[in-house]
Design a protein. Structure first.
Length: 279
């Protein structure tokens, strides 16, 4: 009989050792991914700050000039049938913008969308709540229970997990996670340990997939593509960002000249339209 027990335990222990080794390798790989993701986000944020500092003000100035030019052009155009003046109303149209307000226009001239910093507390909090909920759900889902007794226990745990997740209560989820880990440590039978490690491996694979996907998305983003192109040009001795600045300043100068000319023409037309003063 002891031989039979030994022959049954030995394969289970071997499977446990193999699973522990695989988990250790996946944890190391996830640490590398975490470092890569941190570096990628840092590089992207650094480039975005540089671009917004050097090019952002020029873009904003160019957009203001373009709006002024559009307004001057509209003032010189012949009125349509539904036109009632700049301070009037238009049938079937939106209300005119009040003085001092700037209309919101799409940033069509921007080579890429400005990326928000990925360190928002709200985003991080929701991500931690979601990740912890997924880990607990994958570990204690009733369908993973080996028998009816364990299934009932899993259902009780999941009821608490779902309640905490619905309330977005991170502290409650963390407390549940620690409590469940402590209970597992108090009775770590080989079968239970194997089940726990299997669930943990699934969770690791999910996290690894999400991190790989995030890195790919960042690498393929327009901002990162532009950063890569600028770095390549810089290695070849070309300052592409400075060239872009010169190009935008040239556009701004042309717009300023057009605004000045049209503004003068409009003022001249208004003076000519005024009635002569009677003696």
């Amino acid at each position: 009989m002891p031989k039979t027990t030994s022959s049954l335990i030995s394969p289970l222990q071997a499977e446990l050792e193999s699973l522990r080794a695989k988990l250790a390798r996946r944890r190391e790989y996830m640490d590398l991914l975490d470092l890569e993701l941190t570096n990628t986000r840092g590089a992207l944020q650094e480039f975005t700050d540089l671009y917004n500092r050097r090019i952002g003000p020029l873009e904003a100035h160019q957009q203001r000039l373009q709006r002024q030019l559009d307004e001057l052009t509209a003032d010189q155009a012949p009125p349509s049938n539904a036109w009632r003046g700049a301070r009037g109303s238009r049938r079937g149209g939106a209300a005119w913008t009040h003085a001092g307000e700037e209309a919101q226009e799409p940033d069509a001239d921007q080579p890429f969308k400005k990326h928000a910093a990925p360190t928002s507390q709200d985003v991080n909090y929701e991500r931690r709540v979601r990740d912890l909920f997924r880990r607990l759900a994958k570990r204690y889902h009733p369908d993973l229970a080996p028998d009816d007794e364990q299934r009932k226990w899993h259902e009780e745990i999941m009821a608490e997990v779902n309640q905490a997740y619905s309330a977005k209560n991170l502290q409650a989820l963390e407390a549940l996670d620690k409590r469940m880990e402590l209970e597992m440590e108090l009775s770590p039978t080989p079968a239970v340990e194997l089940a726990r490690l299997t669930v943990e491996l699934r969770q690791l694979e999910t996290l690894i997939f999400d991190m790989e996907q995030t890195i790919r998305e960042l690498d393929l983003s327009p901002a990162m593509q532009m950063r890569t192109e600028l770095r390549t040009d810089q290695e070849d001795g070309r300052d592409t960002l400075a060239a872009l600045e010169r190009e935008m300043r040239s556009r701004i100068a042309a717009l300023e000249e057009q605004v000045l000319i049209l503004g003068g023409e409009l003022q001249e037309a208004q003076r000519n339209a005024e009635p002569a003063d009677e003696d």
